[in-house]
Design a protein around this ligand. Structure first.
Ligand code: NAD
Length: 246
């Protein structure tokens, strides 16, 4: 499986699953642009990509802001070339019961996950269509498949992202552009570090394979979905989750 000569853009690439995916794609031969709100994190990932011998650029942008996203995509094209692989991965989550959830929290979660994917995809999709090749990979979640208490807005956003994946997959299939989602289970990243320890332990204990998921478990699925070999996979939700959701 090789991604030699490809250019990938990973949002939320400055941490966790995005960083691990950036390094996995780089190991497969892709150059990688790393976009994040957190420029320091993006720079750290980009530096690690460079040590693997691939070109990289770190970009500071908020995926919700279409102007920032378009400017970032233009810089990627200028510095690395046209984007072949887009991973819509930027995200955030926190636990809040539905009665306590504010309208602002609801809007923020939906906009980062769903509008963010819309903005980033709009910024690169015309080029993919014109070149008749592209891979779009959206980071959903098992919360978008099975629901999750104290995460209703998050689950709604991730289910929305799955709908986005399937609709877009149908539309772009004739152009050689595949669109798939990865739906991780509980993964050890800075996002889940904020969970109370007893809740984390309880959650991990319920995973059938008997261990917490690692960002690398997701990166392997991402590398496959980005590959030439996955040209017949589109509109799918691939869920590395240790058996948590079947
Ligand atoms: P993380 O916190 O380590 O990484 C998320 C990154 O996204 C951060 O670097 C953050 O700065 C960036 N980001 C957040 N909002 C942004 C915005 N508006 N614009 C640009 N960048 C932004 O968390 P992670 O666990 O690696 O999460 C990556 C993705 O995986 C998220 O979409 C998350 O919902 C999803 N996910 C995570 C888990 C898990 O258990 N960790 C499970 C299922 C799905």
């Amino acid at each position: 499986m090789t991604l030699q000569g490809r250019v990938a853009l990973i949002t939320g690439g400055g941490s966790g699953i995005g960083r691990s995916s950036a390094l996995r794609l780089a190991r497969a031969g892709s150059d990688v642009a790393v976009l994040d709100l957190n420029l320091d994190g993006a720079k750290q990932t980009a530096a690690q990509v460079s040590t693997l011998g691939r070109r990289s650029v770190a970009l500071e942008a908020n995926v919700v802001n279409s102007v920032e996203v378009r400017a970032a995509a233009a810089r990627v094209e200028q510095e690395l070339g046209p984007v072949d692989i887009l991973m819509n991965n930027a995200g955030l989550a926190w636990l809040v019961s539905f009665p306590d959830m504010t309208e602002e929290e609801w809007d923020r979660l939906l906009s980062v996950h769903v509008k963010g994917a819309f903005n980033c995809t709009k910024a690169v999709v015309d080029g993919m269509i014109a070149r008749r090749w592209g891979r779009i990979i959206n980071t959903a979640s098992i919360a978008g498949l099975g629901g999750m208490g104290r995460s209703v807005a998050y689950a709604t956003a991730k289910a929305g992202l799955i709908g986005f994946t399937k609709g877009l997959a149908r539309e772009l299939a004739p152009y050689g552009v595949t669109v798939n989602a990865v739906a991780p289970g509980f993964i050890d990243t800075p996002m889940t570090d904020t969970w109370p320890p007893e809740l984390r332990a309880q959650r991990v204990a319920s995973i059938p394979v008997g261990r917490v998921g690692l960002p690398e478990d997701i990166a392997e699925a991402v590398a496959y979905l980005a590959s030439e070999e996955a040209s017949y996979m589109t509109g799918q939700v691939v869920s590395p989750n240790g058996g948590s959701y079947m």
